[in-house]
Design a binder for this molecule. Sequence first.
Ligand code: FES
Length: 123
Amino acid sequence: MKQDDPGSHALCALSAARMAPRRVMCAGPALVVWVGADDRPAVLDDRCPHGDARLSAGYVVGGRIVCPYHMWAFGPGGHADVPGGGQHGMQCMARAYRCWVSGGQVWTALEPYWPDPGAATRV
Ligand code: FES
């Protein structure tokens, strides 16, 4: 997808997302953008499904964004790792969006995330 495709939105500079998670308002939802260990960006709703905390107030460890309230960690696909290994299902997933980099900016079309073939280990 190119940056000028209809419906695509520039979110922030990739360099800014590398430094810390970024809260971005985009066509309705508040989003959080961060860069994972593989230097690929990730975009989720900026709302923790556990307790509504802003994920953008959290931090990144091992490519996952960690919620500042109870330390659930979310990957680019929105799946949660719960401290202590508790059960978690679809209701505990953050909404994830497909994103890409073009011109040094992180872009999204607000379409559901799916893993790309070259990043099969990301979740
Ligand atoms: S509110 Fe995010 S882990 Fe509890």
